[in-house]
Design a protein around this ligand. Sequence first.
Ligand code: SAT
Ligand code: MN
Length: 596
Amino acid sequence: MTRNKALQKWVSEMAELCQPDRIVWIDGSEEQKRALEREAMASGEIIKLDEEKWPGCFYHRTATNDVARTEHLTYICTSKKEDAGPTNNWMEPAEAYRQAGAYFKGAMRGRTMYVIPFAMGPLGSPFTKIGIELTDSIYVVLNMLIMTRAGEDILEQLGDSDNFTRGLHSKGDLDIEKRLILHFPEDNTIWSVGSGYGGNVLLGKKCLSLRIASWLGRQEGWLAEHMLIMGVENPEGRIDYIAAAFPSACGKTNLAMLIPPEPLQKQGYKVWTVGDDIAWIRRGEDGRLWALNPETGFFGVAPGTNSKTNPNALATIRQNTIFTNVLLTHDGDVWWEGGEGEPPAEGIAWDGRPWKPGMVDEGGKPIPGAHPNSRFTAPIKQCPIISPEWDNPKGVPLTAIVFGGRRSRLAPLVYEAFSWQHGVYVGATMASEITAAQYGKQGQVRRDPMAMLPFCGYNMADYFRHWLEFGKTLPHPPKIFHVNWFRKDEDGSFLWPGYGDNLRVLNWIIERAHGGGAAVETPIGYVPAPGAIDMSGLDISEDTVKKLFEVDARDWLEELEDHRRFFEQFGDRLPPEIMEEYHALKERLSQGGAAE
Ligand code: SAT
Ligand code: MN
């Protein structure tokens, strides 16, 4: 399959370790994919869904202890511990290879090792990185064929070069005690063993495109970010591109596929999807920022996806989609909580047990049919509003950068940072309530800088420094904003309708980025002036609007204590600019400039 000596050598060494019965190279052909689907159906690894209802779609169920990324088993293995930093788990590389090596040893006996050559980014783009994933899972192969550009062409592009990410994955025996997700940025290598769940095993995604890429980006002078990319077309036909970072399961996919509310649709607004999870960002020759989505598919959260919340996602997953851990019915249909229509009368839940609507556990809590982190894997091209620019090798030029989190309190609907440096502080102090995409206590607030806490492949203090330095190279750095769609009132109901109406907020952001848009200065940044956000056709009271934009100085001063505690862990490595911003913010808040 290849004459690349470095690749041949590495594949045979890994085969020596894992002892597969066979080695199969993935060529990217339709015939090979079909044959793999048949094989996985025969073994029960995937189940074909009803061809009428779900053409070309499959169902897969993971082990019940293997349903989300396992951050506590995810490591950055650098020679020096400080290079991984205090927010990453660290293991010494030799020790990490030794431990995981013991789990990989003979793990593919009786199995096939698939060699997947893949590219993140379009071939021939300065952004693009090549990887090879070795895996013993057909499910992984089929997902990688959707999520990445995979096959023979990639080998051709790679030629004799040894510049590729070496990814080794084995399901092992799916024992959580023998599960490790290891990154060796100094060796451009990823080892993942003991899991079969998306983010742990689709090595092109979080492992390469964020953890390894963030490391490469720092060396090469660009940014690898956990961001969606979308275009907003205004009635005059101008398209502004926005990149936005939110933690996992906070609505990146929904925002990227947003449908404008009726009054804005009538005015002629349109949205174009470029990506829903990862943005690689470079400075263009024109001094602007250019962003590219390195993926070719969506690995989205199923629950809550319906024709009201995200009709574009629903249209995207109608065919050629793999569903993981949703509810399966006996007639080859799927369903999930917050899905389309009534639940089926009965089915098989994500954990393989029989399920009926209304079932409750011993504590009286409803038993869900689909796991809260159940997913769909669908080709990006099937999205009805896919941007014609989505695979432009140059990427798309960014008008604004947006950070956001899920906060019931504190953070206003939107605010604008005073400068790039302040914007980096805003990103660095992002926080969000824990969702089903992570193991952990749901609802608890955790600090998640730039939504990269689980994905930054090096010391986060150095990452802040990289952002600060990167901004200095830009003649006109884009403005940075923070949004929070999830603010609640005293009785726990959401203050903002969200979904399509978020476009109203994006429009203010775009106006501000172009030098317009009325704003009021607060200690934390600029918020929209009364009337500056188009609320036409919205049933929202003045009082609610006031609450949405409220900046409570006392609450913020309390929050600042948490900022300080978070930053303390980085010691001397923290760039002084960050504490400069901290002190300036504290000063502004203490002066009582905020509404009480
Ligand atoms: O599971 S993934 O890491 O691929 C998705 C996510 O959690 O953002
Ligand atoms: Mn994500």
